[in-house]
Ligand binder design. Sequence first.
Ligand SMILES: Cc1ncc(COP(=O)(O)O)c(C=O)c1O
Length: 328
Amino acid sequence: MPVISAPHQFNEDELYVDLRSILGGPLFLKCEGFNFAGSIKLKAASEMVDSAERNGTLTPGSILVESSSGNLGVALSMIAASKGYRFLCVTDPRCNLSTRRMMEALGSRVHVVSEPDPAGGFLGARIDFVRALCATDERYVWINQYSNSGNWRAHYRTTAPAIARQFPQLDVLFIGAGTTGTLMGCARWFRGWHRRVDVVAVDSVGSVTFGGPPGRRMIPGLGMSVRPPLLDESYLDDVVRVEEADTIRACHRMARSGFLFGGSTGTVVSGAMAWLARNGTPSVTAVAIAPDLGERYLDTVYQTNWLEDLYGADVLGSDELTPVPRPA
Ligand SMILES: Cc1ncc(COP(=O)(O)O)c(C=O)c1O
């Protein structure tokens, strides 16, 4: 029986969904949403705060500040509340309302930048705001997930070895790319494993992470409007890009089987299924990482008006609207 006295002491790291009967492909989905922050970002947040405490950057009078599309902000809000720090999250209009409310409920302040930077998009505008703030008041400590090595080290230390323990025959691992912390931590760890594993990055169309033109992206978590400083493509075996309409369809197909996952999980699953259809064999052992659950997306990914306005009335077809027949 786990008994904890601080919220970040609990994280379910051993739960997988077998998607074969739901989507027809050989894919195990590692669920990272079962902790008090509700997402994989708990791991990066804990590692980065611990290391800032250890190296003396973060002291009792400090005010944490970070740019986040939501989930890191929630994780940092939780840790800041638990450890007695103040925290300011700088986000943009794509951050879900419920995510914002959650941060505020945990005692954090939330600043929403309203205009994208002409060159760096919303992310550029968020970072400009954080830099300006830190320049005016030295109590602010910018965790900077975009270049903080603790972001990938968290996954090198926990996520990758946890997968290897459960899947000693792993052949391919699919990981969504946001800051690329999860991707680079796992890719680096598996590079040193005794068995060859294909590490496949999954990105959304419209993200500039792996090149390609910037475009509209409405689903938070994956994709960047500037190249992620943590990214080192020499550790990756392949990249798959996914249209947001396909992300939506994958989310709804899983929801029709009772699994309500977040938007980026739909992207990773859709990309993984497409990759496996091209390159997989019947005996392949494949794992994908699901960064969070679906409750934060009830007003977006799972809301009909939002979907139809952005992706058209026929974005969902019969595959997504009918329950999946299962054996009795
Ligand atoms: C829902 C969701 N999916 C995926 C990611 C991407 O993870 P990473 O920043 O480690 O690349 C994030 C990061 O914030 C996220 O919130």
